[in-house]
Design a protein around this ligand. Sequence first.
Ligand code: IMP
Length: 333
Amino acid sequence: MTAEVQQSPVRRLAAQRPRFAHPAEAEFAAFLDFYRIAWEYEPRSFPLRWQDGRIVEQFTPDFYLPEQDFYVELTTMKQSLVTRKHRKVRRLRELYPHVNIVLLYRKDYHEILSRFGYGSVDITSLRPDQIERVLLSPAEIQRRVAELGQQISADYAGESLVLVGVLKGITFFLADLARAITRPLAIDYLQLSRDLREGVAIRKDLDLDIRGKHVLLVEDIVNTGLTLDFIMRVLREREPASLEVCALLDKAERRLVPVPVKYVGFTLPNEFVVGYGLDYRELYRNLPFICVLKREVYEANGNGHLVGGTGQEAAAEAAESSLIATRVEVGSG
Ligand code: IMP
């Protein structure tokens, strides 16, 4: 199994952008694209009234959001239009009770985010305008984790395995992956400490003896490969029956040492990402999506001395170097 570059269905739709009837629709489509929520524009018309067997009135909702199976009709504050739309929506609900539709005002766009798993944006110290780019939506992550679980279950048919997670970035990925694997399994954790002089060392070792066991090492992200290379060497010495690696994210272009990653969730560009377990200075792990933050967020949280480079690259470099410093302090991953 090789790494897959996941092209979002959202991006493909955006490339074939329809001609919108109203600027508010183009704005809503851009909003959905930003959060990587899949959409279709006016895909279906619902007949509302007939005369002599002919349709004399129908309703075409502006958007359909397939991931949550509901239609959205955008509306303005103009009272005459709102009343007419309300009447049509009521009639549609009477005739097609299984169809979900919401009438949405511009000020309420953000409210629908919680339906797509974005609820916790509010409960962290992160404002939506501090997000540079959403790279993976909750729905995309969950779909891919389910696929990985299926692949792993098929590959280990008739066997049991030990999942070894590297703390702490692995928290959510390991929990979701373990539940997507249908083989008997044990879970164990490793935690590393990094010291600029002494290098990487094991801070918390496994509880289980892995000799003769099928071990699947689960990592959040592989970057240079140095961390993984170190762990693989340690675990191989313990003579497991087999040792494979599953990484949620792979920044393949940053690799310094070759490491055999059998299962890869997503291949990422060289950008510093947070969310779904990944942190910047222990923050943002609880975001249910994976994103790149605006440079000012790192500057506000960091030590403030960004040096060299420009834009995202500098932010990423600063973030990574201060991340190492953070690790020395708190010994987390
Ligand atoms: P490597 O040793 O360079 O492969 O780095 C792997 C470790 O660095 C991962 O286990 C993460 O803890 C951390 N890391 C690398 N890139 C990122 C990122 O974009 N966001 C958060 N943590 C990262």
